[in-house]
Design a protein around this ligand. Structure first.
Ligand code: MG
Length: 376
C-alpha cells in the first residue's frame, strides 16, 4: 500500500516533502537551512549634500544646497539603494535622520519580500521622520525588485509608455532671471510656477512674454485671503494654467474647500496631504493630491495613496523635493498612473551620484533596470 502511494506521487509529478527528503542526504538540508537563516539584510546610511544649480526660492525660504541621506540594504550580495531628501523647512535634517536610521534593525527579518511587515516596523519606530522612513522603503523596494529582476512599474502592472510629461519649476526671481530660466527650459512641455510672494501676476506675465506652454501654479500656502485666492485662480485659468497647488495655508480647511468648490481649475492639496490618513480626511477639501515619497514614507504608501485617490475620482500629481536620481527614479515607477508629474528634482542639482529615469523631450522616461530603475 505504501509502495503504491509513493509510485503514484512519482508518476503524477506531485512531490511531497517526505519524498524530497528521502532523495537528498540530511547534510544537504542542514546546510540550506543554515544559509537561509544566516542571510540578513545589512542596512547602512551616509549623509550627502546636494548642490543646486540655481538658488531655489519658494514662498517660505531660499537655499543653494539640500541635505540628504543615502541608504543601502545589502542582502545575499545584492544592494538596494534609497534616499531621504530633507529641505530644512520640512523639519528633518541629517541629524534627525541619523538618530532615526540608527534605530532601524533589519537584521531581525530574514525575508526582504515581507515588505508590509518590515515597513510597518520601520513606521512604528518613531512619529514623523517621513523622509528617513522613505529612505528605507526605497532601498527595500530597490532590493526586492532586483531580487525579482523586474522594475516596480512592471511588478505593479503599469504601462511604461503611459508616463506623463514632467513640469520644470521656475522659481521666484527677478524678471530678467525668470526669462532666462524659461529660455533654458525650452525642452519642457509644462512649466511649474511658484507663486505666493506678492508678485504673482508679474511672474506669470513675465513667463508669458517668452512662452505659450501650459503652466501649473503652486502657491505653497502663500495666499492668506480667500477672495484674493479666488480672483487669482480665475485669472490663472485664463492664462493656460492647468491646476493650482495648495492655494492657502493647510490649517484653513474651510477656505481651501470653498476654493475647490468654486474654482474653474483643479485644486491640489500638497502641504495638507502628507500621508494616506490625510488623504482620507481631505478627500472633500481638494479635487486632487500631490503625492511625494518624502512626505508619505515611500513607495509602499505612495502606491496606496495613488490607488485610493483614483478610486475617489481625485486628480493625482506625483512630485518631489530636490533629490538625486535615486528617489526620482523610485517616484517615476508610479508615474504611468498619474495625471501630472513634477519630477525635475534631479535636474536641479550639480552632483547627482546616480543614473536612472531620464527626462526625454520633456517626458518621464523609465528605464528597464530592475528595482527602482537605477543603472548600477
Ligand atoms: Mg507644492
Amino acid at each position: 500500500m505504501k509502495q503504491n502511494r509513493k509510485d503514484f506521487l512519482k508518476t503524477s509529478g506531485i512531490i511531497a516533502a517526505g519524498s524530497i527528503a528521502s532523495a537528498f542526504p540530511a547534510s544537504f538540508f542542514a546546510k540550506s537551512i543554515i544559509k537561509s537563516k544566516g542571510s540578513k539584510m545589512k542596512f547602512t546610511f551616509k549623509p550627502y549634500t546636494l548642490e543646486l544649480k540655481h538658488v531655489f526660492t519658494v514662498a517660505v525660504s531660499s537655499r543653494t544646497t539640500t541635505p540628504v541621506m543615502l541608504t543601502e540594504i545589502e542582502y545575499e550580495g545584492i544592494k538596494g539603494y534609497g534616499e531621504a531628501s530633507m529641505p530644512p523647512y520640512l523639519g528633518e535634517s541629517q541629524e534627525t535622520a541619523t538618530a532615526f536610521l540608527s534605530k532601524v534593525n533589519l537584521e531581525q527579518f530574514n525575508d526582504p519580500f515581507e515588505i508590509e511587515k518590515i515597513l510597518d516596523y520601520v513606521d512604528s519606530i518613531a512619529e514623523k521622520n517621513t523622509a528617513a522612513k522613505a529612505s528605507v522603503d526605497i532601498a527595500l523596494h530597490d532590493l526586492v525588485g532586483k531580487l525579482m529582476k523586474q522594475p516596480w512599474y512592471k511588478i505593479w502592472g503599469y504601462d511604461k509608455t503611459a508616463t506623463p510629461n514632467t513640469t520644470f519649476t521656475i522659481g521666484i526671481d527677478t524678471p530678467d532671471v525668470v526669462r532666462q530660466k524659461v529660455k533654458e527650459a525650452s525642452e519642457f512641455k509644462l512649466l511649474k510656477v511658484k507663486l505666493g510672494k506678492g508678485n504673482d501676476k508679474e511672474m506669470i506675465e513675465t513667463i508669458r512674454s517668452v512662452t505659450d506652454v501650459p503652466l501649473t501654479a503652486d502657491a505653497n500656502q502663500g495666499w492668506k485671503d480667500k477672495q484674493y485666492a479666488m480672483d487669482m485662480i480665475n485669472w490663472l485659468s485664463e492664462k493656460n494654467v492647468l491646476y493650482v497647488e495648495q492655494p492657502m495655508p493647510k490649517e484653513m480647511v474651510d477656505e481651501n474647500a470653498w476654493l475647490t468648490q468654486n474654482s474653474p481649475l483643479p485644486i491640489l492639496g500638497d502641504e495638507s496631504i502628507q500621508r494616506l490618513s490625510d488623504l482620507i480626511k481631505m478627500k472633500d477639501v481638494y479635487s486632487g493630491v500631490v503625492i511625494k515619497l518624502m512626505k508619505c514614507t515611500g513607495m509602499r504608501e505612495a502606491n496606496k495613496m495613488l490607488n485610493l485617490a483614483r478610486s475617489l475620482n481625485m486628480k493625482v500629481m506625483i512630485g518631489c523635493m530636490t533629490e538625486t536620481s535615486c528617489a526620482i527614479s523610485a517616484a517615476s515607477q508610479l508615474s504611468p498612473m498619474v495625471d501630472w508629474a513634477d519630477l525635475d528634482g534631479a535636474l536641479l542639482i550639480k552632483n547627482d551620484p546616480y543614473e536612472g529615469m531620464k527626462v526625454v523631450d520633456g517626458k518621464v522616461t523609465l528605464t528597464e533596470y530592475p528595482g527602482i530603475g537605477l543603472k548600477s
